[in-house]
Design a protein around this ligand. Structure first.
Ligand code: PGA
Ligand code: ZN
Length: 414
């Protein structure tokens, strides 16, 4: 069986927002891998540059002219070496020459090609036979911010985390039920609600942040007692999108409120207590490490997660870890470029006792690799939405992984 790379093809496809994105095929003597890049709408400033100047057409050219000639003949299972080579070919710190999404798609397609060359599912290929833990799915059920057009909550995402579910199937079911219930409660709370949904399939409704939280918490409580699973609410505040540097305030348009850093801290602390939140992502803007540390010190039993703050970058995470800024980190491989980079950041997370949260992006394709990466990297949580298709395919892949693990399958501990 040969895992030597024989051919690479790059093409343009569409993502869930109808934007063009890059898909890459890697063929080895005995295997085949295909991966496509997701896209962010509320991207962190310190993320790698997604595409070179000239956009996706140029990215395809870079694959054809710079990357393919170097990779052909290499062994696809030399992931580290290939990812290092991608850095060398690019030669910049932020992948601006070939594009971070270009590196991402090549890196992931290579891993998949290596796995299929050995007849293994990606998670087994990456992590060995002993891996058996499934992540808790963190699901977006109501949203606003940059993921919605028109009037909606200022906070980007209202989430559900089905803690204490015994199996991944139970957890996934709880999230679907919470999503459904939130939809039916919204009909009562918002007379203008017509069932609209944002980029990640979460309901979009013309209500304020706390009204939204009340609806989500009520849905969580009902599903908790119906299924015997402890569903708790969470938020992605995506605070960089609310922060106005000149005013030094977080501006909540829908709520008619402006908050300075101290007021934002009080607001977030009150929400975590009043609504028993299990998870808060990006409560402060992407350069405010100190406020992240402050809120982490003061919350009880709540994950404080950095997305735009850390951008899956190990140096930024290590800097945050020194002052305990947060206790969880979003892992989005295309924020940093390659599979190896994302893995190294996950390792820093584990060493510094941060919970790594494998995550989708608001613009997605039907690519299911993050389901495998969550298991292979032993991430206790995967954030991948609830509905529609491009979100649920990741959940469905985890259901298949759970089935494949059989009796050995167990839920992660964190
Ligand atoms: P994205 O952000 O729109 O950049 O993917 C989603 C998120 O903030 O988690
Ligand atoms: Zn986020």
């Amino acid at each position: 069986m040969s895992s030597v790379i024989e051919d690479i093809t790059a093409r343009k496809i569409f993502n869930s927002r109808g934007e063009e994105t890059l898909e890459v095929d890697v063929a080895t003597g005995a295997g085949f891998g295909r991966a496509s890049a997701p896209a962010g709408a509320s991207r962190g400033k310190a993320e790698v540059v997604p595409y070179p100047e000239g956009g996706i057409d140029q990215a395809i050219k870079k694959v054809e002219e710079l990357i393919t000639p170097e990779l052909i003949g290499m062994n696809a299972d030399n992931q580290e070496e290939i990812d290092l080579l991608l850095h060398e070919i690019d030669g910049t710190k932020d992948f601006r020459k070939v594009g971070g999404n270009t590196a991402f798609a090549v890196s992931l397609a290579t891993a998949e090609a290596a796995a299929t060359s050995y007849g293994l599912p990606l998670f087994h290929y990456l992590a060995g036979y002993l891996v058996n833990e499934l992540p808790y799915p963190l699901g977006n059920v109501l949203g606003g911010g940059k993921h919605v057009h028109g009037k909606a909550p200022d906070i980007q995402e209202f989430l559900v985390l089905p803690l204490k579910a015994n199996t991944f199937s139970d957890a996934a079911k709880a999230n679907v039920l919470v999503h459904q219930k939130v939809g039916s409660f919204l009909k009562k709370v918002d007379k203008t609600f017509t069932g609209g949904r944002g980029d990640e399939g979460a309901w979009a409704s013309n209500i304020k942040s706390e009204e939204a939280l009340e609806v989500v918490v009520k849905a969580c409580e009902e599903v908790s007692s119906e299924l015997g699973v402890e569903c708790r609410a969470g938020l992605d505040i995506a605070a960089s999108t609310l922060w106005r540097q000149k005013e030094k305030r977080y501006v909540y348009v829908q709520d008619g409120a402006k908050r300075d850093s101290g007021e934002q801290l009080d607001f977030v602390l009150r929400l975590t207590e009043d609504y028993n939140l299990a998870y808060v992502e990006d409560p402060f803007h992407e350069e405010d490490y100190e406020s992240f540390a402050e809120v982490t010190k003061k919350v009880k039993k709540c994950l404080i997660c950095g997305d735009d703050l850390f951008v899956t970058n190990r140096e930024r995470l290590a800097r945050g870890a020194k002052i305990c800024a947060g206790n969880a980190v979003i892992i989005k491989a295309n924020q940093v470029g390659t599979l190896t980079d994302a893995w190294e950041t996950t390792e820093v997370a584990k060493k510094t006792r941060y919970v790594p949260v494998m995550s989708h992006r608001s613009g997605e394709t039907n690519d299911v690799h993050i389901a495998h990466l969550a298991v292979a990297f032993r991430c206790p949580v995967i954030k991948t939405g609830v509905l529609p298709g491009e979100r649920v395919v990741k959940i469905n892949e985890l259901l298949r992984i759970e089935e494949a693990l059989g009796d050995r399958a167990k839920m992660s501990i964190f």
